[in-house]
Design a protein around this ligand. Structure first.
Ligand SMILES: *[C@@H]1O[C@H](CO)[C@@H](O)[C@H](O)[C@H]1NC(C)=O
Length: 460
């Protein structure tokens, strides 16, 4: 079992795929014919499944060069010019400041260097951005000298975590349970089961290289699966992965989707954002790991544009619903830019207003518009954050561990994402299935959910 999950190189995948196509499909001739007519396939055949994981659920590797300046105390924590696993790697995560420095995104005001800090002044900044058109405003990028890439695109090693101890092998996270569940139903890594990890720090904005990389790599993987098995693929995605996949599908022409994609199965997707993301940005989110302080990853999380993308989207909540409450001001869904600014995060506020706010193409999406058959899975009835209340936003971002705040909860969600947000897919999915009392990550290890996905991915 362990060997299966760990092994992933391009060559064995290729060999396995070739073997599969000729044995299952009865030789080359038969396969050719399948390709030509598109969707002819034997009943019971397993369609290839590609899994797109959620926020922080892809492993990423980093490489630093001479230009990278290690912060004090972090010298030598990465060998220069060598790719190394950074997330999740327990030893690098222990030195959280070094790790957050390397992975954290940097917000730079355009013109700041040439104009000697002029761009830093609030108020003046706005005029600079709106100016002659030569200015591009705030830019967000990797820290100088740092490169980041997802680990093992196409394989499962970049989305699963196994731990061996006491002579047995455990699934460390729920995605690994999901993968093992599908393997129990007969899907095989490299033949019919693939992973599509991505650099989850970035939202897929127009200027984001990550969007291009992801679209290029996923397009190639989908086409390769089709070419080798003769079957259109099933895209299964969890949480943020569902948003990434939807953006991906919206960018593809109709003929491509009809030919290569059988079904899209988004699970637990925050279509309209989640109130929990206000907490992740202002305070931090320890991912429910009990021995880590809530703000442990806060320094990194705050810089990720993906987190900004997950802020509640005004179109989907009541206009007067208060997301964050302070004595001076109540923040509704239309005030997320203001919230960031008032929290001492002007770079994030600028990027949010300029690039993130207009990112979603599904606000008015209707059934059939995505151009693929779509089965949306959601779960509800788990205690979920619904509002953040604090006397001071600035104190909170400055020192989340001592500043006072309270979080309000309701049962209307899956523990992370609010139901209202997940239910947006009712507008455009062909079918929506709801699982009671199953958590945001728990949905991945639910036997019922795994069976549902396996059924949907089997040729009837
Ligand atoms: C904010 O909303 C609460 C109710 O959620 C209300 O009691 C309070 O007066 C509002 N504060 C401001 C400043 O509008």
């Amino acid at each position: 079992m362990r060997g299966l999950l760990v092994k992933t190189t391009a060559v064995p995948i290729l060999v396995l795929l070739l073997t599969l196509s000729s044995s299952v499909r009865g030789g080359k001739l038969q396969m050719r014919r399948d390709l030509e007519v598109g969707r002819v396939a034997r009943s019971g055949s397993k369609r290839p499944i590609i899994i797109v994981p959620g926020l922080a659920a892809s492993k990423v590797e980093a490489r630093v060069d001479d230009e990278y300046e290690f912060p004090a105390g972090c010298e030598g924590t990465a060998a220069p010019d060598e790719w190394h696993l950074t997330w999740m790697d327990l030893s690098s995560i222990r030195k959280v400041d070094c790790f957050a420095h390397k992975l954290g995104l940097v917000y730079e005001e355009a013109g700041e260097t040439s104009q000697g800090g002029f761009g830093r002044l609030r108020g003046v900044l706005t005029r600079v951005f709106g100016g002659k058109g030569s200015e591009k405003g705030t830019k967000v990028a990797n820290r100088k000298g740092v490169e980041v890439r997802p680990k093992e695109f196409g394989g499962l090693g970049g989305i699963t975590n196994m731990l061996s101890a006491f002579g047995t092998t455990f699934a460390v996270d729920k995605m690994t349970s999901f993968v093992r569940g599908l393997q129990r139903h007969g899907w095989v890594e490299g033949e019919t089961l693939f992973g599509a990890p991505f650099d989850w720090r970035y939202a897929p904005t127009a200027s984001s290289k990550v969007r291009e990389d992801f679209n290029r790599d996923l397009t190639a993987l989908v086409e390769e699966c089709f070419r080798k098995t003769g079957l259109p693929v099933v895209l299964v995605s969890h949480s943020l992965g569902g948003l990434m996949t939807t953006k991906f599908l919206l960018s593809k022409p109709g003929w491509w989707k009809q030919r290569f994609v059988a079904t899209f199965i988004p699970m637990s997707v925050p279509w309209a954002g989640a109130q929990r993301s206000t907490q992740a940005i202002l305070i931090g989110d320890n991912g429910n790991v009990p021995f880590l302080p809530m703000n442990y990853f806060g320094g990194l999380q705050r810089t990720c544009t993906s987190g900004l993308w997950l802020l509640p989207r005004k179109a989907f909540w009541d206009a007067d619903y208060v997301m964050v409450e302070t004595p001076e001001k109540n923040y509704t869904g239309s005030m997320m830019g203001e919230l960031l600014e008032d929290s001492g995060l002007p770079g994030q506020a600028s990027i949010y207003r300029k690039e993130i706010q207009q990112l979603d193409g599904w606000t008015n999406m209707r059934k059939g518009e995505l151009g693929v058959n779509m089965l949306c899975l959601i779960s509800t009835n788990v205690r979920t954050m619904s509002r953040l209340v604090t006397p001071s936003l600035l104190d909170l971002t400055r020192d989340p561990l001592t500043a006072p705040y309270t979080l309000e909860y309701s049962m209307d969600g899956d523990g992370i994402v609010n139901s209202r947000s997940m239910r947006v897919c009712e507008n455009f999915a062909d079918e929506v299935l709801e699982f009671e009392g199953v958590g945001h990550r728990g949905i991945l290890s639910s036997k019922e959910v795994i069976r549902t996905v396996a059924n949907a991915a089997t040729v009837q």
